[in-house]
Every structure is written in structure tokens, then in C-alpha cells.
Design a binder for this molecule. Structure first.
Ligand SMILES: CC(C)(COP(=O)(O)OP(=O)(O)OC[C@H]1O[C@@H](n2cnc3c(N)ncnc32)[C@H](O)[C@@H]1OP(=O)(O)O)[C@@H](O)C(=O)NCCC(=O)NCCS
Length: 168
């Protein structure tokens, strides 16, 4: 989705904590910050534990290399932590012609921390960071479609999604 472009690695230090109005009041110990390369293993563990993130039943949600690439070169990603443990993440990227589209690539919250406003907080943070007029995403389940609709997303009308399975 990034058309093979590589920009300079995003500087991740010093990490500025994101403590702002997006933080849900229901989880006072929650901390939202930019994702770093060192978060890779925790993000992979959490992502791989969530069925809805798999494009199909056999492939992982992202390989280690793909995730590292996102975190190093296209970093519009955030994590939510409680006592240092990552409980949710969002991976965003700019894409499309001239990077004019903001894309939510993956958004996930650990099962035990859902319905507390964490995904909303991460989504808003990522949208702000991408700072594009148009946002898009691929929804992988009815439940996530309902979630995104609740937060203002609508089925695309101007561009249709077409797919083709290829031998890789
Ligand atoms: C979808 C998901 C990210 C939502 O996370 P969450 O932290 O529970 O969501 P929030 O608590 O921030 O919910 C924000 C709002 O959306 C609503 N909402 C959450 N899940 C919803 C759902 N499945 N259907 C409809 N509304 C939903 C909440 O009720 C809340 O509404 P309110 O603020 O008006 O009370 C989470 O269920 C998840 O990780 N699912 C598996 C992965 C996935 O499908 N990701 C999306 C595709 S990449």
C-alpha cells in the first residue's frame, strides 16, 4: 500500500508520551505513546492472538519483517500500555497518490481490555497523526465494521474494492 517507497527511518527517541484528552477516563493507568521498534515482539504476540487480524486462517497478521518495516519507515503507529505492558495497538500508514490517504492497517485491543474506550483513543490518536483529509481501512469482520461505523466510518462509495487471489 505504500508503493514500495522508503523514507528515512522515523526517529523514535525521545518518546513523547501522548497524554491528552483522548485517554479514556475508564482506564486511568493507561498510557498511549508512539510505537517503537522495541515493541515489535509484544505487538506480534498480541496481534497473533487475535483471530480477526488474520487475513486468512493460515497467515500471521504481519510477519516480523513487515512489522519492523512499518515501525522503522512508516511509523504512524501507537500502543496503549498499562504498567508497561502493551494491551492494544494501532498501525497506521500514509498511502495512495502523494500519500494523500491515511490508512488504518490494524487496530486491536486485548480481549480483557475491550469496551473501555481504548480503541477509540488509539484511533483518534492515529487519525490526528496521519493528518490526512481522507481515511480508509479494510474491515475484516462484521463486528469491526460496526465498531468503525460507530466511529464515523462509512462503506466506500467512490472506489470499489476488488480482489484477486494469486499464488505467492
Ligand atoms: C474492534 C475493537 C478494536 C474495539 O475495541 P474496544 O477497545 O473494545 O473499543 P472501544 O471501547 O474504544 O469502543 C469505542 C466505541 O465503539 C463501540 N464499539 C466497540 N466495539 C464495537 C462493536 N463490535 N460493534 C459496535 N460498537 C462497538 C463501543 O461501545 C464504544 O461506543 P461508545 O463510546 O459510544 O460507548 C476490538 O473489539 C478488537 O480488538 N477486535 C478484534 C480486532 C479487530 O477486529 N480489529 C479491527 C480490524 S483491523
Amino acid at each position: 500500500m505504500n508503493f514500495g517507497k522508503k523514507t528515512e527511518p522515523v526517529k523514535t527517541e525521545p518518546v513523547q508520551p501522548v497524554q491528552d484528552p483522548f485517554i479514556p477516563v475508564k482506564v486511568p493507568a493507561l498510557f498511549i505513546r508512539s510505537a517503537r521498534v522495541e515493541d515489535k515482539d509484544q505487538i506480534l504476540r498480541l496481534g497473533n492472538s487475535i483471530e480477526e487480524l488474520k487475513w486468512n486462517l493460515t497467515s500471521p497478521f504481519l510477519t516480523e519483517e513487515e512489522l519492523e518495516d512499518y515501525l522503522k519507515y512508516h511509523n504512524h503507529s501507537f500502543v496503549a500500555t498499562i504498567a508497561g505492558k502493551i494491551v492494544a495497538f494501532v498501525i497506521g500508514e500514509k498511502s495512495g497518490p502523494l500519500d494523500r490517504l491515511g490508512c488504518i492497517v490494524f487496530l486491536a485491543v486485548a480481549l480483557e481490555y475491550r469496551k473501555l474506550g481504548i480503541a477509540r483513543a488509539l484511533l483518534l490518536e492515529c487519525e490526528e497523526d496521519l493528518n490526512t483529509k481522507d481515511m480508509y481501512l479494510l474491515s475484516t469482520s462484521e463486528s469491526s465494521t460496526r465498531f468503525y461505523e460507530h466511529l464515523g466510518y462509512r462503506e466506500g462509495k467512490t472506489v470499489s474494492y476488488m480482489s484477486k487471489e494469486r499464488e505467492s
